[in-house]
Every structure is written in C-alpha cells, then in structure tokens.
Design a protein around this ligand. Sequence first.
Ligand code: CDT
Length: 309
Amino acid sequence: MRTIRVAAAQMGPIQKADSRQAVVARMLALLDQAIGQGCDLIVYPELTLTTFFPRWYMTDQAEVDTWFERAMPNEATRPLFDKAVAHKIALSLGYAELTEDGHHFNTQILTDKAGTIVGKYRKVHLPGHAEYDPERAFQHLEKRYFEPGDLGFPVWRALGGIIGMAVCNDRRWPETYRVMGLQGVEMIVLGYNTPSVNSQKAEEAGDLRMFHNHLVVQAGAYQNSCWVVSVAKAGVEDGHPLIAGSAIVNPDGVIVAQAKTEGDELIVHDCDLDATRFGKETIFNFARHRRIEHYGLITERTGAIPPPE
Ligand code: CDT
C-alpha cells in the first residue's frame, strides 16, 4: 500500500471585505485539524485567499491587481507555510498569480512536506467572458482577468506518487484528466468556485448543478483510474451563492468522502495509490487499448462542425 492521507479543506464564503489575514486564519484552523488527523496533504480550493472576484466587473487594472498575489508564499500566507513545514504536511492551494513580467493566471500549487513548491498549474479552461454582459444575471469575467494557462497539464512525482492538478472548470473537460492519465497520474487535486445558479439559465436546478459537479470528477477518476480530490469554496459571497459538495473520489469513480456543509469543513481519506493499478492494467490499460489513429480531431479541431445536411 502507498497511502496518502488527504484532507480536502472546503472553505466557506469569503466576502469582498475579508482580508487575506482573516482568510489565512481560517485556513490555519483547517490545517490544525488536518495535522491532528495525521494528514500528509491538505488541499484548498480555487482562489482560496479571496472572494471569487471575477463576478465583479472592473475597468481599473490597478484595482484588478489587488486580487492577485505577486509572490508565494508572501506575508499573508507565510504562517500557513511555516505551520505546514513544522508539522511535515504538504499543501495545495489556489490563488490569482501575477508574474514578475505582468502575466495573470488562475493558479494552483503543490508543496512537498518541506514547504518547497514542487508543482505549479495554471488554469487552462477559463469559463465566462471578457466584456460586461448585461444579459447575465451576474458576471463571470475570468476571460477578462486571466490568461489561459501556459504550462499544460504536468504531473509531478511527490508524496510517493504521481500527482497532477486542475482548477474548477478544467474538471468538466475529459482532456484535462486524459492528458494527465497519459502521464500515469495517480491523484488529481483540484478546487472550484461554482455558482449555485446558472447566470444564463435561472431555471436550472441546483440539484442538477451538483450532479454535474460530481459526475465529471467521478468520470475523470474512473476513466483514468486515479484518485480525484475536489474541493469547493462554498456558501454565499456578498449575496452570490456557490455550491459545496467537496468530494474525494476513488479510482473506481466512487465518492468515498463528501462535505456535508457549505462552510469551512475538512474531509479526510486514506488514499491508497496502489488502488490505481488494477484499472490502469486492465480496462484502462492505455497502451493496450487506445486507438490514437482515430483521435486526430481531438487536437485538430476546437469547435464542433456537424456534417453537411
Ligand atoms: N470558477 C469556475 O471555473 N467556475 C465554473 C463556472 C462557470 S459558469 C460561467 C465551473 O465550471 O464551475
């Protein structure tokens, strides 16, 4: 058995007015719980340190940049890294990254147990729109504030296994999992901020949105025979509700732990990485069964083109 004891650290809502320090205090409380339960890794959600600011339309780039981190760790997050190092627990968290040369990414990082950042992922599938959209019930301006990730879908040898990352909307795309699956990924950690309401379809049921949330991570886990740790920022942020439902999914696609609340909540599971072997060596033995001669359209074509009438 190669077991990683994982803590999925669901965060409740973060209001616009909340400081980074106040958020980190909440993260530290969850970290304390994870340490108390002997966890190897704690995973926090997408844009953990702030409210989901892409719902707000901004025209002043200086204001936009206040939501971004110029370094990681930085003054606000240093206590988190220090505590994690002191207790030998690895961290993964999402934040808005502003690079030294002025690029903006929706980023997730992975540290080892010594606090060294061993992996960085930048969100590839940016949902939403770039300009103010009066037709929507509320805005989702990720295409305005972020550039698409420029690092692909790498995986890293860490914590005795092969680990990859994704961010929110990435989880809805099978390509995300498969590119990591083709590198032998054994655990994918990801975070999300998913509105409880469809801004373009008010009648869409909340139950359906939760069904889709779980459907995609369960399918990704099963079809690539890997663990998926899927962590929400949840609850009502300045009047805007986000779904909860953080889950740890096993390589059979079964949810083995799930959050019960819409607040700060830790769920923990012992994930045996050797449990990924059976699926990878049988039904999803890629080398044996994949037929890449028929998959060309996946990378040649972006949008769907139906055949002529
Ligand atoms: N944060 C994020 O990627 N949220 C999306 C909602 C997109 S609605 C325009 C998600 O896939 O959950």
